[in-house]
Write a protein that binds this ligand. Structure first.
Ligand SMILES: Nc1ncnc2c1ncn2[C@@H]1O[C@H](COP(=O)(O)OP(=O)(O)OP(=O)(O)O)[C@@H](O)[C@H]1O
Length: 915
């Protein structure tokens, strides 16, 4: 019965066969991921397993406690993100996904990216289409279309290396993804013009041929062409058309729809150029072609003159010195013409790839940097896998394998060796109850890395040192002395004979003629890489390394009327200049590649690196129909495990502590776990010791070393959990105390309220009483007032009456007293009488002077029978015109003082009396 455990470091027996059996039994149970200490071993299922990467799984792994138990690519993503958020180890984090071609690197990197994107949107919200994580996921199909191709090993092989740098801002849970940048390494541009048998060009060509509408094809002259030399339509497969729409959608989603048409134009031009073949002209001194229509189409699509284009491809410009005039000479052979044509095709494709990538990077650029916090990077490196073909490994394979070699060396030095040296030098504080790790105390003798590391170091210096494969190839390119392929091969072999550790004798390839029989010059050399022996062919290696772009090609392209070509060249002007060294020589492909790898290593050095080792269970074609056990090729898996150092990792990790931090950092972070917190006299190391003492459960997970603290992932998880627990307890104490305070305050307020209410009631009662009293007084007053009012009315009435009586009396008295005032006395009978005038006694002074007198009487009384008529106003004049008896002219109306009978009752002749 084989052990089936989730972490290979927990195996009782740490050897290859036990590890293999464990992985095999897990593979059969469809458990494709296994921990090897901090490293994740990912077995390629060779078929889709959607349930393994579902949204539900993402949600499960987003939950912290799940992280360190179940091996999964999401668990590694979650762990790395936690390290970034908590600031464990270095500020920046990196995940290196490596393995052979077809082992599943790209798939795992994509799942990782989608998990990180989901974590950013909290797994359930609908993300904004302009969010960085969404744009990143959208850019993937586009980059795959432009940079992936079908190879013998993998139907969707990445033909470029990719470093995705995610930029986060903020601390802890508020850490947020703000931008991203995709850096690419060495696009295999030679594939555009030529592919090995059984392989295809980049996917985009087939997608275009399968998906473009007829009208667009007519516009691009793509119709009715029997064969395309660089991307045969016959190689189109069922998924190309569907993928064409995905690529177009990705271009639209990234707002690059303007580029789409230009892209098809450029790719169509490359197809046309690829079909151009060269024949010697009739005169024999120049070149011509049978495919003039392809030249015409290519020139039209590139915005160039067709004659100039053909001329540029078939005629070379020489310049002996910078001051000497240029010499123009036709190419010496068909191959030379074809090479110049291919250079143009490769150049345009590479520029197009860089421009599209530049646009994608612009979209992913950081927009809301608040400048308050320093950015933290989470890098995902998906570099091409180790490659070794039976025949035809060339400069591309040399670069790819060199990159893998350097990554492997980095891993060996930075992880395994460092672990070993560190653990050996540290004298650990071991808790008395722990019987674990006695091997550390007695010394680390389990792994002997010395020789291994030195070997790798030698091999890398053999590849890129001053006297090395790269050295020879670069030197030959710079000297340009016309060395042929076999001379280069011999130079590589002979100049490095003393360093034969790296160069091993290589049996001739089956396809190569045997040297002994044919005496053919050697064109192959072999290198013993960490992953196996690889034979490289030097055929065309120098040309590929030189990657020469003729000046006349650049000047012709700069005359293009196409704005897209101008855009590509705008970038290339910089690239073209940058490809020249200080001494005027052009940088070779190998030199540029080494520079970019040096840069990559610098980035990785600034990061805490986590590894995903992808393992392909079988070397043969994808065997979807076979059962998992049938798909398992033990020797092949074993070689991969050994090659990528999984076995070494397991050995070191079984007693290693991947997380390290200074005593001070640990003490500050976990001081809550120490009983002596806040005591400044105790040093950080002592606090760490006390923490380790306080928690024996953590003893095997956390070690107090001489120079720093060591912890396992589990140890940190436990420490974080306890820290949280203590914080929660402290928080609940503070809350309790605070609530108690609030309750007391509330109680005091209640008492104060009650007392204030009592006081208020008392005061109110007082006011009420006073008011009552006041009101009774007021009532009394109002009664008195009413009495007074009544009294006043009575008084007024009485006074009026008295005044009237007095006036009457006065009137009577006036009448009786002789005065110059007219006194008219009339009786009723006389008035009634028709001859009244005779009876009315008008008694006034005959002298009318009184009317003029200023002393007019104040009251005139006219008695008619029993009625007295009073006129109290001064009479100005009394007249007796002949028509009436008498007329009294008064100063003002006499009405208020007079009793005026109705006119009908007035005696005739007194009509005016009341004027
Ligand atoms: N986790 C996985 N789930 C399902 N299928 C997978 C998985 N990993 C890999 N595969 C299958 O294996 C194939 C090769 O994987 P992938 O392209 O990721 O390899 P690679 O290591 O990136 O290769 P290269 O270096 O050539 O780009 C995929 O096309 C897919 O069919």
């Amino acid at each position: 019965m084989h052990e089936n455990i989730e972490d290979l470091t927990h195996l009782k027996k740490l050897d290859s066969s036990t590890v293999l059996q464990c992985l095999k039994s897990r593979y059969k149970q469809k458990q494709f991921y296994t921990w090897a200490g901090p490293t994740l071993v990912a077995l390629n299922p060779l078929k889709d397993v959607p349930e393994l990467y579902s949204k539900r799984m993402m949600q499960l792994f987003a939950h912290e406690s799940f992280t360190y138990k179940t091996p999964h690519i999401f668990a590694l993503g979650q762990r790395t993100l936690r390290h970034l958020q908590w600031g464990l180890g270095k500020t920046h984090q990196a995940i290196v996904v490596n393995g052979e071609s077809g082992a599943g690197k790209t798939c795992n990197a994509l799942y990782l990216l989608s998990f990180l994107a989901a974590m950013e949107t909290n797994n359930n919200e609908v993300p904004n289409s302009n969010n960085i994580e969404v744009l990143l996921c959208k850019s993937n199909p586009l980059l795959e279309a432009l940079g992936n191709a079908q190879t013998l090993k993998n139907e969707n092989s990445s033909r470029f290396g990719k470093l995705i740098r995610l930029v986060y801002l903020g601390e802890g849970a508020s850490t947020q993804l703000v931008s991203a940048h995709i850096e690419t390494y060495l696009l295999e541009s030679t594939r555009v013009s030529r592919q090995a048998a059984g392989e295809r060009n980049f996917h985009i060509f087939y997608q275009m041929l399968a998906g473009l509408s007829d009208s667009v094809k007519v516009e691009l002259d793509l119709k009715d062409v029997p064969v395309w030399e660089i991307a045969s339509e016959r190689d189109c497969n069922a998924v190309d058309e569907a993928q064409f729409h995905t690529t177009v959608a990705a271009l639209e989603q990234l707002s690059l729809e303007d580029t789409t048409n230009q892209l098809w134009k450029l790719l169509a031009a490359l197809l046309h150029l690829g079909n151009v073949k060269f024949v010697v002209s009739k005169e024999g001194s120049s070149w011509t072609t049978d495919q003039q229509h392809h030249v015409e189409s290519a020139a039209r699509l590139l915005g160039l003159n067709s004659n100039e284009l053909f001329q540029m491809v078939t005629v070379r410009n020489f310049q002996a010195g910078s001051n000497s005039p240029a010499v123009v000479r036709p190419c010496s052979s068909q191959n030379e013409c074809a090479a110049r044509r291919d250079t143009l095709i490769k150049l345009l494709y590479r520029l197009m790839f860089d421009t599209v990538l530049g646009s994608v990077n612009q979209k992913l650029q950081h927009t809301n940097d608040n400048g308050l916090s320093t950015p933290k990077y989470l890098c995902i490196l998906d570099l091409y896998g180790f490659e070794s073909f039976v025949y035809g490994n060339s400069l591309e394979q040399l670069c790819i394998n060199y990159a893998n070699e350097r990554l492997q060396y980095y891993f060996t030095i930075n992880y395994l060796k460092e672990q070993q040296v560190h653990l050996a030098n540290e004298v650990f504080f071991i808790h008395p109850t722990t019987k674990h790790l006695t091997s550390i105390e007695t010394g680390l003798n389990l792994i002997n890395l010395e020789e291994n590391v030195l070997d790798k170091h030698n091999l890398i210096s053999f590849l890129d040192g001053p006297v090395s494969v790269f050295g020879v190839l670069n030197e030959e390119c710079y000297l340009n002395r016309g060395c042929d392929d076999s001379q280069v091969c011999i130079r590589i072999q002979s100049s490095l004979t003393e360093r034969t550790k790296g160069v091993k004798s290589m049996p001739p390839s089956p396809r190569m003629p045997r040297a002994s029989k044919t005496k053919a010059p050697p064109v192959e050399f072999a290198i013993g890489h960490y992953a196996g022996l690889v034979s490289y062919s030097t055929v065309s290696m120098l040309d590929k390394n030189r990657d020469y772009v003729p000046g006349e090609m650049m000047s012709l392209l700069s005359k293009s009327k196409s704005p897209f070509i101008k855009l590509l060249l705008g970038k290339d002007a910089l690239i073209f200049n940058a490809t020249h060294t200080m001494n005027g020589r052009r940088h070779t492909v190998l030199a540029k590649f080494k520079n970019s790898l040096d840069n990559l290593m610098r980035i990785l050095n600034a990061c805490d690196v986590h590894y995903v080792r992808c393992i392909r269970p079988s070397v043969s074609e994808m065997q979807y129909t076979l059962s998992p056990s049938q798909r398992w090729d033990e020797d092949y898996v074993d070689s991969q495990l050994n090659a990528c150092g999984v076995i070494d990792t397991i050995k070191v990790s079984s007693f290693g502590y991947p997380i390290r931090m200074s005593h001070e950092e640990f003490a500050t972070r976990y001081q809550y776990l120490s009983t002596s917190r806040g005591d400044c006299k105790i040093d950080a190391k002592e606090i760490c010791r006390r923490i380790a003492e306080n928690y024996p459960q953590m003893a095997s997970e956390i070690r107090v070393g001489n120079s720093q603290m060591y912890a396992t992932e589990k140890g940190i998880e436990l420490a974080e959990r306890w820290k949280l627990q203590i914080r929660n307890q402290a928080a609940s104490i503070v809350q309790r105390w605070w609530r108690e305070r609030l309750r007391r305050r509330k109680a005091a307020e209640t008492i104060q309220n009650w007392w204030r209410t009592c006081l208020a009631i008392r005061a109110a009662n007082k006011v009420k009483r006073w008011w009552k009293k006041k009101r009774s007084n007021a009532q009394l007053l109002s009664k008195v007032g009413q009495i007074f009012k009544s009294v006043r009315i009575v008084q007024r009435t009485v006074r009026r009456w008295l005044a009237r009586v007095r006036a009457n009396r006065q009137l009577h008295a006036q009448i009786s007293c002789p005065s110059p005032v007219a006194h008219i006395v009339a009786n009723q009978e006389s008035l009634d009488d028709s001859n009244a005038s005779s009876k009315v006694s008008l008694n006034w002074s005959e002298n009318n002077n009184c009317a003029k007198s200023t002393q007019s009487p104040s009251l005139i009384s006219i008695q008619l029978s029993r009625i007295n008529y009073f006129y109290s106003v001064g009479v100005i004049s009394i007249r007796r015109p002949p028509s009436v008896r008498a007329r009294f002219i008064t100063r003002k109306t006499c009405l208020p003082f007079s009793f005026i009978p109705p006119r009908s009752q007035l005696p005739s002749g007194l009509t005016d009396a009341y004027l």
